[in-house]
Design a binder for this molecule. Structure first.
Ligand SMILES: C[S@@+](CC[C@H](N)C(=O)[O-])C[C@H]1O[C@@H](n2cnc3c(N)ncnc32)[C@H](O)[C@@H]1O
Length: 216
């Protein structure tokens, strides 16, 4: 039986990490990760590491099930995290190169949670990593670039690696454009309209979809 909640030090590391995910969405992500890892025994993959806030939840579920959490990010930040934009954090700029670098903060978050050995960080552009990735995945969590170009490339690149019965989790799904950008919503619709997914849960903007076995 998978644990239904992350371990208390992990939840503390999640809450202390810079990032954008509220606790209720984090608990829903953890529950999906624990379910997928427990049922399928396959790696869990995240697109969009940032500072590791959501990664520690996947890592804790991976630890419990004896699998590995993989997390992909170029660590240079998304469009809306660049200087002058709404989600910019100046403390995350590398003064030597003058660009965002979230990798050192991510490593501190993982260390604080005591979960370094359960995570493989893939530093690079998501479509490029997806193109060379070879194995099946138990869960794909899409929280990378929020433009149509990036969200649809994440969907096209990673969904083919998702095992039958695996979970696709999408963050920042806003059916009403007044609440936020539409790119994650569009890949959520694409997944449902493909007929290959069934919705499992919705927690604020976090959607969990189950990959169905293709009809025989
Ligand atoms: C919204 S943040 C992720 C937040 C994180 N999941 C959390 O809960 O704290 C998006 C991240 O995606 C990364 N990113 C955006 N486009 C990317 C791409 N094409 N390839 C790899 N990483 C990308 C950015 O560098 C940024 O760190």
């Amino acid at each position: 039986m998978p644990q239904s909640q992350p371990a208390p030090p992990v939840l503390a590391a999640f809450e202390a990490a810079p990032g954008f995910m509220p606790v209720d969405e984090g608990l829903a992500l953890y529950a999906a990760a624990a379910d997928a890892a427990g049922r399928l025994g396959l790696p869990l993959l995240e697109v969009g590491t940032y500072c590791g806030r959501s990664t520690v939840l996947l890592a804790d579920a991976a630890r419990t099930a004896g699998v590995t959490a993989l997390t992909v990010d170029h660590h240079r930040g998304s469009e809306e995290q660049q200087p002058g934009w709404e989600y910019h954090d100046a403390s995350l700029v590398d003064p030597e190169v003058g660009r965002m670098d979230t990798l050192p903060t991510f490593r501190r978050t993982l260390h604080a949670a005591g979960l370094e050995e359960y995570v493989v960080a893939l530093v690079g552009r998501s479509p490029q990593v997806a193109a060379v990735w070879g194995g099946p995945l138990g869960l794909v969590f899409v929280d990378g670039g929020h433009t149509d170009e990036h969200a649809s490339a994440d969907y096209a690149g990673w969904v083919p690696h998702l095992a039958d019965g695996g979970l696709l989790v999408i963050h920042d799904v806003f059916p009403d454009p007044a609440d936020g950008g539409q790119a994650p919503y569009r890949i959520y619709r694409r997944a449902l309209e493909s007929g290959a997914f069934t919705e499992v849960s919705a927690t604020r903007s976090l959607r969990v979809l189950r990959h169905n076995r293709p009809a025989a």
